[in-house]
Unconditional design. Structure first.
Length: 299
């Protein structure tokens, strides 16, 4: 005969055995604590691409003045008003590196008269006329291509914005130049009909074709503010050399960027005073243009 309290005693033994078994890890112990991600570093400031200037001089008894706006360069302002950049430099007593500032009243050469109204968009027939009248002065573009610095902040010195980054130095020996694209020469170096002179060569190109740097260097100018050549790049090289790339569809590098020979820096197009896709390519040593075919060969 079984005792009446046996089932209860058995239940107590079972419960006791369960309580003495190892405890399963708690939910808290299985959760991995992940530290919050570190804040992303501030994006590195890069120099912008220069843009066109819309003439709108302020006329006073003292003369004409242009109010410098964000995204403008000295050379673009001079070109917009049809005045020599060097005269703008002299009038405003600018010195190297020829920094202008947003909001600055930049005095313009010439009488104090209102600017002429904007010209009508060029027709296909007028593109050739514009090309004939245009001459590229590399020195002016390099010295006048300095970006306009931000307007100084007045209240707190700690909030003053830094000026545009100066161009990195280019040192070493002159590079062994290469052609920027494989197209044939459609307009060679030297004198042309009508008293023109081609300071470089024009190479046949397809729209969007990669344009490669002719040698190692630093981008000294990138923009579309210079009439005639559309989207233009200038690259400074060691030994006092400069290479120019005009009529591009798109620019892939900005002012101040270091580039390597063969690196894709633009896409060919037909911007500026041309009627078909092509690349205007120049090599200059100092201020003197040099025939690229004699320097590079292979054409």
């Amino acid at each position: 005969m079984r005792a009446a309290g046996a089932p209860a005693l058995l239940l107590l033994v079972v419960l006791a055995g369960c309580s003495s078994s190892p405890r399963s890890p708690s939910l808290r112990s299985t959760i991995r604590v992940v530290p919050p991600p570190a804040p992303a570093p501030a994006p590195k400031r890069t120099d912008w691409v220069a843009r066109k200037v819309v003439p709108g001089a302020v006329v006073t008894p003292q003369g004409r003045f242009h109010i410098v706006k964000q995204g403008e360069t000295g050379i673009a302002i001079a070109r917009a008003y049809g005045v020599p950049w060097r005269e703008v430099v002299a009038l405003n007593r600018l010195s190297e590196p020829y920094v202008i500032r947003v909001g600055q009243r930049l005095r313009l050469p010439g009488p104090g008269t209102a600017p002429a109204p904007p010209a009508a968009p060029p027709t296909a027939a007028s593109l050739e006329e514009r090309a004939r009248a245009f001459a590229l002065n590399i020195d002016d573009v390099v010295t006048g291509g300095q970006p306009a610095a931000p307007r100084p902040a007045r209240p707190a010195p700690a909030t003053v914005e830094e000026p545009p980054t100066p161009l990195p130095a280019v040192t070493g020996s002159a590079p062994a130049f290469r052609w920027p694209l494989p197209g044939r020469i459609i307009s060679g170096f030297g004198p042309k009909a009508g008293g023109r002179f081609n300071d470089g060569v024009n190479l046949k190109a397809s729209a969007g074709e990669p344009v490669r740097a002719a040698g190692d260097g630093v981008v000294a100018y990138a923009g579309d503010a210079i009439p005639g050549f559309g989207n233009l790049l200038l690259v400074k090289h060691a030994g006092g050399w400069v290479s120019a790339y005009g009529h591009n569809e798109a620019l892939l590098v900005a002012r101040g960027a270091r580039v390597k020979a063969g690196e894709v820096i633009a896409r060919a197009g037909q911007t500026g005073a041309v009627a078909e896709p092509q690349l205007h390519f120049e090599l200059r040593r100092g201020r003197a243009p040099v025939d690229p075919a004699k320097v590079i060969g292979g054409r």
